[in-house]
Design a protein around this ligand. Sequence first.
Ligand code: 1PX
Length: 212
Amino acid sequence: NMAEGAETFSLREVLVAFTACVSEQREVRVDPYLAGWKGLVRFLNCLGTIFSFISKDAVTKIEIIENYRNSDQREKYLTVQSMVEYELANGLVDLQKRSDSGCRTLLRLHRALHWLQMFLEGLRTGKDNSKTSVICSETYNASLANYHPWIIRKAAGVAFCALPTRNTFLETMNVGTAEEAVAMLGDALPYICEVYKITEELYAQHKLLDLP
Ligand code: 1PX
């Protein structure tokens, strides 16, 4: 529902979740990671129903991991590191075919986080009159699109056209003026980059970056 909580909902609170992800031992905490994604999905839903197919897929993936966090094995899923260790040690990660392991599911969100990082950086450094749709499609094509079949890429391209101009988009974030939104992005991005980098290194180390 678009009207629901629209007045109080700010993207600042969403991006703050990502600042809480990295622990002192440089582990990625699963709960704030999922909280960050949930907030992003909520924001995406405010942009219109044309993005529903995207938010539905994200929600499905968030819920798969949330279910592990609510299961008897919840402590094993406290951090991305403990999840990888537990699932690998117990043969829960299928390397041949699609499964619903935490590792393969989080990998999809991890790849999307790479897109997010580039998109937010594009927004932050873009000119006032830039088109959000162009920033979005360029960063998508440079990242996530490589993992998507033609039909998804096509649908995504159509949806991107519905995005407002950069300034309107920055104001939709509810962080104040466009300048204030840009400043907030500059503050939040290093945290998102750090979460991405730690996860990427962990997955590379365990050869999990190509999980089906
Ligand atoms: C201030 C800016 C905030 C922007 C918030 C945007 C939140 C975006 C949330 C996107 C989450 C996308 C998760 C996609 C995971 C995925 O790659 N899934 C595919 C593979 O899954 P499978 O289980 O089959 O291996 C799945 O096929 C995906 C289907 C849905 C289409 C995904 C298109 C993603 C486009 C990302 C750009 C979102 C545009 C937002 C515009 C602002």
